[in-house]
Design a protein around this ligand. Structure first.
Ligand SMILES: Cc1cc2nc3c(=O)[nH]c(=O)nc-3n(C[C@H](O)[C@H](O)[C@H](O)COP(=O)(O)OP(=O)(O)OC[C@H]3O[C@@H](n4cnc5c(N)ncnc54)[C@H](O)[C@@H]3O)c2cc1C
Length: 268
């Protein structure tokens, strides 16, 4: 557990609802010494802190959320039992905007592309459309990147006439008197200025590797790139090595496990 949360009331509440007693906020950090043939770094990612993108008002406007929070909102195990509603008043969110590359591919924030955000937003747009047949979704994008074999999913999403696509990096978000977030910017293709109100705005924020800060690899043992992804020295799987989806993470984890076994066998 993140030490910043371990001592909070929330952590105690989480521990209470785990019947297996697997969550122990009082557990102290200990040093365990083991001799091993290989180490696989599989420490994954954390969402980019959307509060840093000040013009988009996350943390200031209740109905501006992130793709990670939306994932919880749409989950049957989430706080609304899967009903997509807006945080301010519980109203059904039927007019939803997704802002792609929120902070990503921008040297002021997170300079790289996280590869999965476009597809994640398409998936989440489909959640909205499936839940409310009379819903409308608008996607603001710089470019759309459907990595790997997912071009057909992009085309399927594009075929839905209730999903609109606006090529634009919105300048800012404001809030109107009804608590609707208003996305303001200029359409890159037409030059038209817009100020569009929505029930809910989802910021598609990128993924930062845990290995950049809280799970750093000892620098005398391994190398990391400028963003903190592990590039060599120890074996790295999944998003510790590069932003990627679950299928590729599982593939790389299998490959790294095989390499680790190989190293162990060679050493006898
Ligand atoms: C909004 C959103 C939606 C997505 N939807 C999809 C989707 O539909 N399909 C898909 O394929 N992919 C999706 N992804 C991508 C998917 O989340 C990643 O591909 C996947 O989580 C990568 O797995 P991982 O094991 O590398 O990292 P993680 O899932 O981050 O797992 C790393 C684990 O390491 C632990 N850890 C971190 N630091 C330490 C430490 N110091 N010591 C011990 N443990 C540590 C973490 O707590 C965590 O349990 C989505 C991503 C986003 C942002």
């Amino acid at each position: 557990m993140d030490p910043a949360y371990a001592k909070t009331e929330e952590a105690k509440a989480v521990a209470k609802v785990c019947p297996a007693g697997a969550i122990q906020p009082d557990m102290e950090a200990t040093v365990i010494e083991e001799k091993v043939a290989a180490v696989v770094w599989a420490t994954g990612w954390k969402p980019y802190d959307a509060e840093k993108i000040r013009p988009y008002g996350f943390g200031q406007y209740a109905n501006v959320t992130t793709n990670m929070r939306f994932e919880r909102l749409a989950s049957v195990y989430g706080p609304t039992g899967g009903k997509i509603t807006r945080p301010s008043d519980g109203k059904e969110a039927k007019n939803v905007a997704f802002i792609q590359c929120a902070g990503s591919r921008d040297h002021n924030y997170l300079p790289f592309c996280s590869r999965v955000c476009c597809l994640a937003s398409m998936k989440q747009a489909a959640y909205v459309r499936d839940q409310y047949p009379d819903s409308k979704v608008t996607v603001f994008y710089i470019d759309l990147r459907a990595m790997d074999r997912y071009e057909s999913f992009l085309q399927k999403t594009k075929a839905d006439e209730n999903i609109s696509w606006i090529k634009s990096k919105p300048a800012r978000i404001e809030e109107d008197a009804n608590g609707n977030p208003v996305v303001i910017g200029e359409n890159t293709l037409t030059g038209e200025r817009y100020a569009m109100p929505f029930d809910l705005v989802v910021l598609a924020t990128g993924m930062e590797p845990h290995s950049a800060q809280d799970a750093k690899v000892p620098s005398d043992q391994a190398s990391q790139d400028e963003y903190g992804f592990v590039t060599g020295g120890v074996l790295a799987a999944g998003c510790a090595a590069a932003p990627t989806d679950v299928a590729s993470s599982v593939q790389s984890a299998t490959a790294m496990a095989m390499k680790a076994i190989h190293a162990a066998v060679k050493r006898g």
